[in-house]
Design a protein around this ligand. Structure first.
Ligand code: ADP
Length: 608
């Protein structure tokens, strides 16, 4: 039992080294050449100090010998001078290897930063929407991206630094063995408590850091709220500044309290235990002085041991500092690998054409519940849309309209029931082929900080730069007139992030988004989730007036709260609490005098 406990404690202490191997592997994959140089130079920088100490001894001994012998013959002087020369060379080599190490590290930092960032971004591309919406997972992504460029290298540098210190200490030990094996044993034993305490505290700090990650994230979030332009308006107008700042303070105080306790304990114990090793060092030192005085070892030996002790002490404390810093690097790497190793379900469908192209889109008893939610967002949805037909979906906020679109575009998979396109289950389609057939505008479409043309062009990446397509799409989306008013036409930069950027109104952005959907002119399914909600009534009227002729061949899913638009659809589905409660044409639904009729008359009355 006790042994098991001890083993666990040891394992926890060694947590600081957990990711060193992987970090070195990462560096190796980034640049083998630089890694080999780094390792070689580390070796040199670890071994040279002992050699220098040894040369120091040779110099003193040679000088003593020369001064004792009579006359000042050339031979007597040449030997000490030779050693002096050798020591100068060794010192130059040491300086060279240290400089080389820092050059290697600078180069590796850049390469490794890029490599890790690319790894993270490539992984992000393979993720499911489901994973992006999972807060825990999203935290992993954010954590992985933060400090991606410094942490891996820092861990590698510290690991190599530790190896270098260890090498120096071992070679110092070898020099000392000549004096007495007991001295070496006593010094190692005396160093143990400080070493164990340091790894233990580092391990504790590592765990503290891990489990309080949520608070740290909250702090970052508040920082964001206070410092980013998109939040500035609301924070100012609702006067949230002081409240947010005080939350920020509270979080800080909580975190700081824990930090302070650990830092104090660590500092105090670190100091006390290092006193033990210092005492041992100096006792051994005194022993050496005595041995020299009684003539059992040479003056040169004493000089060497003196250097070995001084440097041994500082090397040792450097090693402890390295260990101290390694826990943060480890924490980062554990986050990074958690993220990179997250499993991503692979889409398996391969079909590129359907079995019955005349069938269009068919929902059969589709139900769906969001992960982590207790209530289904959609229940037993059945719909059928033939090629060329237009369906309007009507319903209150939260009734499940957008969810239906997300299932159709295969961003999510139904829990039960099936969705068919051209007679083939959506899951059986090759996802790229499927997505190419769909043009979508979501309510929260992206306002890219690119030029106007690119903002439209992203609708079809293969023709991102095709100007005549931009114009065509802009015309269909009714964006052409205001684009012509912009200072540089289609080349005008949008958004405020970059120099010369122009901000557009909500309605203008929507016209851009509409144009983007029209850019996909090979898509035969068009999905419009409240595409005109921010436009004025005239613009919306104009768009839908020519909409039918623009989309003759396409199936359209339209979500809108404006019945003037909705009534133009071939079919209307009313959704309530995730269920289709009514379905039919405008006239049919009015006749049944149900939910649709009520809502329609309500809105019509509002306009009278
Ligand atoms: P609508 O588009 O009709 O306004 P949605 O389809 O967006 O409604 O939402 C339907 C229901 O699903 C709502 O109750 C909403 O709270 C829930 N919901 C929407 N998105 C998510 C999500 N990503 N995770 C969990 N629940 C969600």
């Amino acid at each position: 039992m006790k042994i098991k406990k001890k083993r666990n404690a040891l394992r926890q202490s060694l947590a600081v080294f957990r990711y060193s191997g992987r970090a070195i592997g990462l560096v190796w994959n980034t640049s083998r050449f630089l890694t080999i140089i780094l390792a070689t130079l580390t070796l040199a920088a670890g071994l040279l100090p002992a050699a220098i100490a040894y040369l120091g001894k040779l110099i003193v001994d040679a000088v003593v010998l020369a001064s004792q012998s009579d006359g000042s013959s050339f031979v007597n002087i040449s030997r000490p001078l030779l050693y002096v020369g050798l020591e100068a060379i060794a010192v130059a080599l040491l300086a060279g290897s240290q400089r080389g190490l820092s050059i290697c590290q600078s180069l590796l930092r850049v390469l490794l930063g890029q490599k890790v960032n690319v790894l993270i971004l490539e992984k992000a591309l393979t993720l499911d929407l489901r994973q992006f919406e999972d807060s825990e997972f999203y935290d992993k992504l954010t954590n992985a991206r933060r400090e991606a460029s410094v942490r891996p290298l820092s861990l590698v540098t510290r690991t190599f630094g530790l190896v270098q210190s260890a090498l120096s200490l071992v070679t110092y030990g070898v020099l000392l063995v000549n004096f007495s094996i007991w001295a070496v044993i006593v010094l190692i034993l005396a160093a143990m408590p400080a070493f164990i305490a340091e790894t233990k505290f580092a391990g504790q700090a590592f765990r503290l850091f891990s489990w309080r990650a949520p608070e740290t994230r909250q702090q970052h979030y508040i920082e964001n709220l206070l410092a980013r332009e998109d939040f500035a308006t609301e924070v100012k107008l609702y006067q949230l500044g002081e409240m947010l700042l005080s939350r920020y303070h509270n979080l800080f105080n909580q975190l700081y309290g824990e930090d302070r306790d650990l830092t104090l304990r660590r500092g105090l114990w670190g100091y006390l235990l290092s006193l033990v090793s210092t005492a041992a060092f100096y006792m051994a030192y005194a022993w050496i002085v005595v041995e020299t005085v009684v003539g059992r070892i040479s003056l040169g030996d004493m000089t060497m041991y003196l250097i070995v002790f001084r440097q041994g002490q500082s090397t040792f404390s450097n090693a402890l500092t390295s260990i101290g810093g390694m826990y943060e690097d480890n924490l980062y790497l554990s986050n990074l690998y958690d993220f990179l190793e997250e499993e991503v379900p692979q889409p398996w469908g391969k079909a590129t054409i359907g079995v019955n192209p005349q069938d269009g889109i068919r929902f059969e008893n589709v139900s769906f519940t969001y992960p982590g939610s207790s209530r289904p967002a959609l229940r037993n949805i059945s719909l059928h849309l033939k090629p060329g037909e237009k369906l309007a979906i009507v319903g209150e906020n939260g009734s499940g309209k957008t969810t239906l679109i997300k299932l159709l575009t295969r961003l999510y998979t139904p829990d039960s029931g099936r969705i068919f396109l051209d007679g083939l289950d959506l899951q059986e389609w090759d996802v790229d082929v499927l997505r190419r057939r769909i043009g979508v505008i979501f309510q929260n479409f992206v306002r890219y900080q690119f030029t106007v043309g690119e903002n439209i062009g992203v609708g079809d990446v293969e023709h991102l730069e095709d100007q005549s397509r931009w114009q065509n799409a802009a015309q269909k989306g009714m964006a052409q007139p205001f684009i012509e008013q912009l200072p540089e036409d289609f080349r005008t930069q949008l958004g405020r992030w970059f120099k010369g950027g122009q901000e557009l109104s909500g309605g203008q952005w929507q016209k851009i988004a509409l144009a983007r959907a029209f850019m996909r002119n090979r898509a035969d399914i068009l999905v419009l989730d409240e595409p005109t909600s921010a436009m004025d009534a005239q613009a919306e009227f104009d768009i839908f007036n020519h909409f039918r002729s623009l989309t003759k061949e396409q199936m359209v899913f339209l979500i809108s709260h404006r019945f003037s638009t909705v009534r133009m659809a071939d079919k209307i589905a009313v959704i309530e609490n995730g269920e289709v409660v009514e379905q039919g044409t405008h006239e049919e639904l009015l006749k049944t005098q149900g939910r649709y009729a009520k809502l329609f008359l309500l809105q019509a009355a509002g306009y009278k």
